[in-house]
Each structure stands twice: as structure tokens, then as C-alpha cells.
Design a protein around this ligand. Structure first.
Ligand SMILES: NC(=O)c1ccc[n+]([C@@H]2O[C@H](COP(=O)([O-])OP(=O)(O)OC[C@H]3O[C@@H](n4cnc5c(N)ncnc54)[C@H](OP(=O)(O)O)[C@@H]3O)[C@@H](O)[C@H]2O)c1
Length: 315
């Protein structure tokens, strides 16, 4: 059954806000009710001539979560929570699920994935904290076959390719994503590639992820995996596209495993380690496409390709 009353946990954040906007775009067409859950008081989120209220929530207090989901008769919870430590990230998502399951109207749950499927990348330590909720969801599905969950995977947000562009409204290239380059720094005409560059990279623009997730809520049934892609290219193909659009050769560094391993620091350097581990995962083919990119086929969303994105911000 299609989603009708949808709660986005963490919808004030980065990909969360793109998903909220994707939903607000279709809110009137499908008569949706959309609420955003946040740990703090925030003004409602307005987009496309409509809005979604932001409701304060304490992820450590099951009854408060339950009350909000029950008050709004929520049928679908989409988690876009984030964190750099396993606690409170794991408990927040688990509590959200446990509270949701006690609400009679609940039928669907999407945990915070929105990257490469976390079970696919054992090299990436930070993503291991996303796995317990997947196990819990599989358990719930066994006990309640009518309950649906889906893991949304989209690869890396294409928006990082916009870093340093000089277009008049160049900040819009990032969407709500932070501004920094990853692997490709077009402002320096350089690339920092793991291995020989022949492994795949899935790129999807964050705005398109929002549209895909919103469209998926209107599917009659959810598959376990909802994979989307704006593009699937090898890193060498991306270099060639960058050079073509920028009209100049790039300074491309191909890094050996030893060079990348040397970037790993002490455990408290969470993000530095994450970026290095993700390079190792790419090098090892862990991020290569493993399943059909099914959601592209199931919904009518035309995502931006890497060439289109580069031409918009670097052409
Ligand atoms: N594919 C990619 O390139 C890519 C890039 C970045 C992130 N991601 C993925 O996208 C997902 C969301 O990441 P994001 O960067 O969009 O997140 P974010 O903006 O950093 O955080 C999302 C929201 O989560 C809530 N939050 C943060 N810490 C929390 C905690 N400890 N407990 C409960 N809630 C917490 C916050 O909402 P309130 O303060 O309003 O409660 C925050 O606004 C993650 O799964 C991440 O791995 C993918």
C-alpha cells in the first residue's frame, strides 16, 4: 500500500531536507501528510508552496516518539539520522523503530542508508553502525510479513563535484551538502584516485535522491533494496568527463593501498578515517554496482547525469 502519512526523522539535516523537499513537491498531488522529527524546536520547512511541521522528539524516550507517530497516524518512517559514534546513533534508530512498531498505523520504515549499501562496505568502519537496524528490520519482517522496509542506496552525492565552481549562484551546486571536494577537485583540476581508477563510482545528486525517495513512497510495494543512480562510471571515465567539460588535462594521482593506508589516523579522527576507508572500499570494488539499479526503473524520476551536472557548474 502506498505511503500517505510520512515522518522524516532528521529531516532538518542535509539529505533529510532534500527528501522533505522531494515529498513536499508531491504532497498535494497525493494528499500526503508530512512531518519532520527533530531533537530541537525548529520552524516548519517550506518548499514548493507548502510546508511540513518540525516536531521536537527525544529519541531516548519511546513514549514521546510513539505519541507523535500515533497522533499523526504515521504509516511510513524515513530515518535520515546521522552520527559519528555508534551510540546514540544505533539506539536512536532502534528506539524509532520500536516506537513505530507499537503504533497501529505503521507499515513502512527506511533506515538511514543513502550512500553505498552499508553491508556492502565492510572496510568502512563508520557505516558498520548502520547495520544493527537492518538486522532488526529483517527480524521484524519475519514476524510481520505485511511490514515493509527498504534500504535506499544512491552512491556518493554528485554535489561534491561542484566544489569551488565560479558560477554566479555556484553555492546551489551543493544543495544542502557540505562544501568540500572528494576524489575530484575541479577547482584545482586534479583527482586523487584510489587504485588504477577502473572501479565504479555511483553518483546521484542529492536533490534527485530526494525526488527518488519521495516517488518510492507512492509505490504499492517496497523491495528490500531501493537502489538509484544518476550515473555509474569508473573513476577514469569521470576524469575524462571532467577534462572534457573543463577543456584541460587534470593532474591525476593514482594512489596505492599503502598510500591510502598511511592516511588512517587514530580512532578519534573519525571523518579522516572514513574518507580513507571509503577510498579503500572503492579500490577493492566494494562500491561497484552489485544489484540492478531498480528504483530508476520503478519511478518516473529523470536524475541528472555527471556530464549534465559538470556542464551546469563547470561548462
Ligand atoms: N552519499 C553520500 O555522499 C552521503 C553524504 C553524506 C551523508 N550520507 C548519509 O546520509 C545520511 C544522513 O546524513 P546527513 O549528512 O544528511 O546527516 P546530518 O545532516 O549530519 O544529520 C541529519 C540529522 O540527524 C539528526 N541527528 C544528528 N545526530 C543525531 C543523533 N546522535 N541522534 C539522533 N539524531 C541525530 C539531526 O537532526 P536534529 O538535530 O534535527 O534532531 C541532523 O539534522 C547518513 O546515513 C549518511 O551516511 C551520504
Amino acid at each position: 500500500m502506498k505511503s500517505q502519512r510520512i515522518a522524516i526523522a532528521g529531516g532538518t539535516g542535509r539529505i533529510g531536507r532534500h527528501i522533505v523537499e522531494g515529498l513536499l513537491e508531491i504532497k498535494h498531488r497525493y494528499s500526503l501528510e508530512i512531518i519532520v522529527l527533530s531533537r530541537s524546536q525548529s520552524p516548519h520547512i517550506s518548499y514548493a508552496g507548502t510546508s511540513a511541521p518540525v516536531l521536537p522528539i527525544d529519541y531516548q524516550d519511546l513514549s514521546s516518539i510513539q505519541k507523535i507517530l500515533n497522533d499523526f497516524q504515521i504509516d511510513t518512517v524515513i530515518s535520515t539520522l546521522s552520527g559519528t559514534t555508534s551510540d546514540p546513533f544505533i539506539t536512536s534508530q532502534e528506539n524509532l523503530l520500536r516506537a513505530a512498531l507499537s503504533v497501529p498505523s505503521i507499515r513502512r520504515f527506511a533506515p538511514s542508508e543513502f550512500s553505498v549499501n552499508s553491508e556492502q562496505v565492510p572496510s568502512v568502519e563508520l557505516y558498520q553502525m548502520k547495520i544493527p537496524i537492518i538486522r532488526s528490520l529483517r527480524q521484524v519482517k519475519q514476524e510481520r510479513p505485511d511490514f515493509e522496509y527498504s534500504l535506499f542506496s544512491c552512491g556518493v552525492f554528485m554535489n561534491y563535484l561542484g566544489y569551488g565552481n565560479n558560477k554566479p549562484e555556484g553555492h546551489k551546486a551543493h544543495g544542502y551538502m557540505p562544501h568540500f571536494p572528494y576524489i575530484f577537485d575541479l577547482s584545482k583540476r586534479s583527482a586523487d584516485i584510489p587504485g588504477d581508477g577502473e572501479k565504479q563510482l555511483v553518483y546521484t545528486r542529492a536533490e534527485d535522491v530526494g525526488k527518488f525517495v519521495a516517488a518510492a513512497t507512492q509505490l504499492e510495494a517496497w523491495e528490500e533494496y531501493n537502489d538509484v543512480a544518476g550515473d555509474v562510471l569508473t573513476m577514469n571515465e569521470i576524469v575524462r568527463l571532467c577534462e572534457d567539460v573543463c577543456g584541460t588535462k587534470f593532474d591525476v594521482k593514482y594512489n596505492s593501498r599503502e598510500v591510502i593506508l598511511a592516511r588512517l589516523g587514530p580512532p578519534e579522527k573519525v571523518m579522516e578515517n572514513f574518507f580513507a576507508e571509503f577510498l579503500l572500499a572503492l579500490m577493492d570494488g566494494e562500491c561497484d554496482v552489485k544489484r540492478p539499479i531498480n528504483l530508476n526503473e520503478l519511478v518516473d524520476v529523470q536524475p541528472m547525469t555527471v556530464r549534465q551536472y559538470l556542464e551546469q557548474w563547470w561548462g
